[in-house]
Design a protein. Structure first.
Length: 201
């Protein structure tokens, strides 16, 4: 566990199956709540035109990334599409030391890894679709999935939903406006609660 210091920022994590509207909700929350910013992840993928190191991602070589893994430098990390992605512990600590709050978009296992390090200084929010049927229709509506990809995303969604009861709050995204209002209220209450303290472990 990580020790909480006076005036330290807090950590808010969103997890949700693909197609639930998590990115849209996060964007609106960042516009509504002052003093909270999106966490910048680290990656080994190649920088794209217009991207900036430390703004879009912390771009690391594969060697540097794997060294950070060995040294316990990540809150969470994963490997997909031939590249590493992860949340750097030291960068996170540097930001929250300024009193700035951070918003994270993590998969369920990454969210739970963060919670283990920051048990009382983090809020885990799980965004649920109204039903699997609605989720399937939303994914089909994107027109970006072939049948195999669609079924793979739906299977992953079923697995992710099994973790929902391990989160601090679960919000069903049935109506976007109502969902954003509910999420904003939950986060604002968490950020204003000064009783959240981390123990030293």
């Amino acid at each position: 566990m990580v020790e909480e210091r006076e005036g330290q920022g807090k950590l808010v994590v969103f997890s949700a199956p693909s197609g639930t509207g998590k990115s849209t909700i996060a964007k609106l929350i960042l516009e509504r709540i002052p003093n909270i910013r999106f966490s910048v992840s680290a990656t080994t993928r190649t920088k794209r035109p217009g991207e900036e190191d430390g703004v879009n991602y912390h771009f690391l070589s594969r060697e540097d990334f794997e060294q950070q893994i060995r040294e316990g430098g990540f809150i969470e990390h994963e490997f997909f599409f031939d590249n590493h992605y992860g949340t750097l512990l030291q960068k996170t600590l540097e930001v929250i030391a300024t009193g700035t709050h951070l918003l994270f978009d993590l998969d369920v296992k990454g969210a739970l890894s963060l919670k283990r390090l920051f048990p009382d200084n983090s809020l885990l929010l799980f965004i649920k679709p109204p039903s699997m049927e609605v989720l399937e229709q939303r994914l089909k509506g994107r027109k970006s999935e072939d049948e195999h990809s669609l079924q793979r995303r739906l299977e992953r969604a079923r697995l992710e939903l099994e973790y929902a009861d391990r989160f601090d709050q679960v919000v069903v995204n049935d109506d976007l406006q109502q969902t954003v209002d509910a999420v904003e209220a939950i986060i604002s209450n968490f950020l204003s609660n000064t009783k959240n303290k981390c123990n030293v472990g």
